[in-house]
Design a protein around this ligand. Structure first.
Ligand code: FES
Length: 290
C-alpha cells in the first residue's frame, strides 16, 4: 500500500441527511482525570446498534440538544463492539455540558467521519506508539485493535506521558498493557508527585532514551501539538523517514464533512483529508500552523 493511499475515504454511515444526528444513550461514564471523562454509549435504534461500523482513527460529531455539537475521535476499538466510547476534555461550552451528563441521557451522534489508521501499511511491522495526555484516545482505539490482532504485528513499543500522574488517561488500560509481556510499555510524567514511583521526563526525551529501531517500523504519534512537533525530529534522529511517521490532527473541526472550512491546515482540511496523516504530508507547514 502506498503512503498516499492513507487518504482513502471510508464509507460513511448511510444517512439521508448528513446533518441529522442519530440518538445514542449513555450507559457508562468513566472519570479519567479531573477534566477528562469517557462516555460509553450505544444507538437507541436496534438496527444501527447491529449494523454500525467504524475504523480506528475515525471521529464523530456528538451533540447535546439545545447546546451544540463538537467533534471527538472514537476512543474505543472496532474489535470490541457492543458499545462506543468518546473521551472528552472539558474546554468549552459543549464539552462542559458533556461533563454534566449522566447515565441514561440521550445525545446526538453523527459519523463516523474521516479516514483511519493504515492497517495495510502497518501489518508485519514493528510499531511504536507515542502518546501524550488525551492524545491516547485515538491511539487507544488503534492499540486495542492491534492487540486484538497481535499475530499480524511484530514488536510493539508504547510510550505514553502526561503532565502529572493525575493527568494520565485510561489508567485501567495502562495497567493491562504494563502486564502484557508482548509489549514494551513506558509511562512517564513531566513531573511526579510524592506517590509517583515511575519515570519522569517529557515524552520526546523519553522516546529518544528508549530509541526504538526505525527498521521495518511505523511510528504513530498522537498528543498535544507541541508534543507532536517535538516528537517528529526525535524520530528522524532515530532514522525514521517521514513516510514511517503517522499522526492524527484534530484542529478546529466544526462540520466534520468538508463544508465549513474551519479545519484547514496548509492546503488540507483535517476532516476531509484526515484526521490521519503521515508526516510526509504535513511536514511543510506543521511548525507554522500546528
Ligand atoms: S470541519 Fe468543516 S470543513 Fe472541516
Amino acid at each position: 500500500m502506498a503512503i498516499t493511499d492513507i487518504n482513502q475515504r471510508k464509507k460513511l454511515l448511510a444517512q439521508d441527511n448528513v446533518y441529522l444526528p442519530h440518538l445514542v444513550v449513555i450507559d457508562k461514564i468513566i472519570e479519567e482525570t479531573p477534566s477528562i471523562r469517557t462516555l460509553h454509549f450505544n444507538f437507541k435504534d436496534g438496527k444501527l446498534r447491529k449494523e454500525f461500523t467504524f475504523e480506528s482513527g475515525q471521529f464523530a460529531e456528538l451533540s447535546i440538544f439545545g447546546i451544540g455539537e463538537a467533534t471527538f475521535c472514537i476512543s474505543s476499538s472496532p474489535t470490541r463492539n457492543g458499545h462506543l466510547e468518546c473521551t472528552i476534555n472539558r474546554v468549552g461550552v459543549v464539552t462542559n455540558a458533556m461533563h454534566r451528563l449522566s447515565i441514561g441521557t440521550e445525545i446526538g451522534f453523527r459519523g463516523p467521519y474521516g479516514n483511519s489508521f493504515p492497517f495495510e501499511l502497518m501489518r508485519g511491522k514493528n510499531l511504536v506508539f507515542v502518546g501524550g495526555g488525551i492524545g491516547l484516545a485515538p491511539l487507544r482505539s488503534l492499540i486495542w485493535n492491534v492487540l486484538d490482532n497481535r499475530d499480524k504485528y511484530e514488536n510493539i513499543d508504547i510510550i505514553y506521558g502526561a503532565r502529572s500522574p493525575v493527568d494520565l488517561c485510561f489508567k485501567y488500560d495502562l495497567d493491562i498493557w504494563n502486564q502484557d509481556k508482548t509489549i514494551n510499555m513506558i509511562t512517564t510524567v513531566d513531573k511526579g508527585d510524592k506517590n509517583w514511583m515511575g519515570r519522569e521526563g517529557f515524552v520526546p526525551a523519553v522516546l529518544e532514551q528508549i530509541a526504538p529501531s526505525a527498521k521495518k517500523a511505523i511510528a504513530v504519534v498522537c498528543g498535544p501539538p507541541i508534543m507532536i512537533r517535538l516528537t517528529f525530529p526525535v524520530l528522524e534522529k532515530l532514522g525514521f523517514v517521514p513516510g514511517q511517521m503517522i499522526t492524527t490532527l484534530e484542529k478546529r473541526m466544526k462540520c466534520g464533512i468538508g463544508k465549513c472550512g474551519r479545519c484547514n491546515i496548509g492546503n488540507l482540511y483535517v476532516c476531509r483529508d484526515g484526521p490521519v496523516f503521515t508526516y510526509a504530508q504535513i511536514r511543510n507547514f506543521i511548525s507554522d500552523e500546528y
